[in-house]
Design a protein around this ligand. Structure first.
Ligand code: ADP
Length: 197
């Protein structure tokens, strides 16, 4: 695999505030694949007051996960679009074991497989302060301290176990998500290159 090879299918994971959204866009751009962020799609639906948005908002505002059936159906539709055929970077999905199973089914149905699961690691307290800062600049409804703490708990309980599942498949590469944005991006590229061997 080279950096301009087609067919990269990447999952980006990491606790809330680890910088997934920022890195997702740069990495996806580099590989010429779409960055698909479930959080962004939910937020666009909330803003547009669609039925999906109205349903999702109740959970998001509380820092809880949107129910799997809702999220799975949304991702299934998005992955069926033409631009996701050659490859994609998923930011914020899967987040539960049930979502892993669902994604496995979607990929198997089109006879493709994942190339890598990049896990951004970061210090929890540093993350809370990053998110509180973002609350000032972006005004996200779920960036209050209580909700941030709840999102961290949910991540630890529901999503962190996925690292082991993908680890057993030999797909996981952990990258230190602290420090300058550019430095983190370089670490991600290095990690992906090293995986390719
Ligand atoms: P974070 O900064 O917490 O990682 P995201 O922007 O990725 O935030 O997601 C915001 C919210 O959208 C989550 O707290 C959750 O309510 C909902 N959400 C996003 N992705 C998923 C998913 N895969 N499953 C369930 N809920 C999700």
């Amino acid at each position: 695999m080279t950096t301009n090879s087609k067919g990269m299918r990447i999952i980006l994971m990491g606790p809330p505030g680890a910088g997934k959204g920022t890195q997702a866009k740069v990495i996806a751009n580099h590989f010429g694949i779409p960055a698909i962020s479930t959080g962004d799609i939910f937020r666009a639906n909330v803003a547009g007051e669609t039925p999906l948005g109205v349903e999702a908002k109740r959970y998001m505002d509380a820092g809880e996960y949107v129910p799997d059936e809702v999220t799975n159906a949304m991702v299934r539709d998005r992955l069926a679009e033409d631009d996701a055929k050659p490859g994609f970077l998923l930011d914020g999905y899967p987040r539960t074991l049930a979502q892993v199973t669902e994604l496995d089914g979607m990929l198997a149905a089109t006879d493709v497989s994942l190339d890598a699961v990049v896990v951004l690691t970061a210090d929890q307290d540093e993350l809370v302060s990053r998110l509180l800062q973002r609350a000032h600049t972006e005004g996200r409804a779920d960036d209050t301290e209580d909700v941030i703490r709840r999102r961290q708990e949910v991540y630890t309980e529901e999503t962190a176990p996925l690292i082991e599942v993908y680890g057993e498949r030999g797909l996981v590469t952990e990258v230190d998500g602290m420090g300058e944005i550019d430095a983190v991006t370089h670490r991600v590229f290095d990690a992906l290159e090293n995986r390719a061997g």
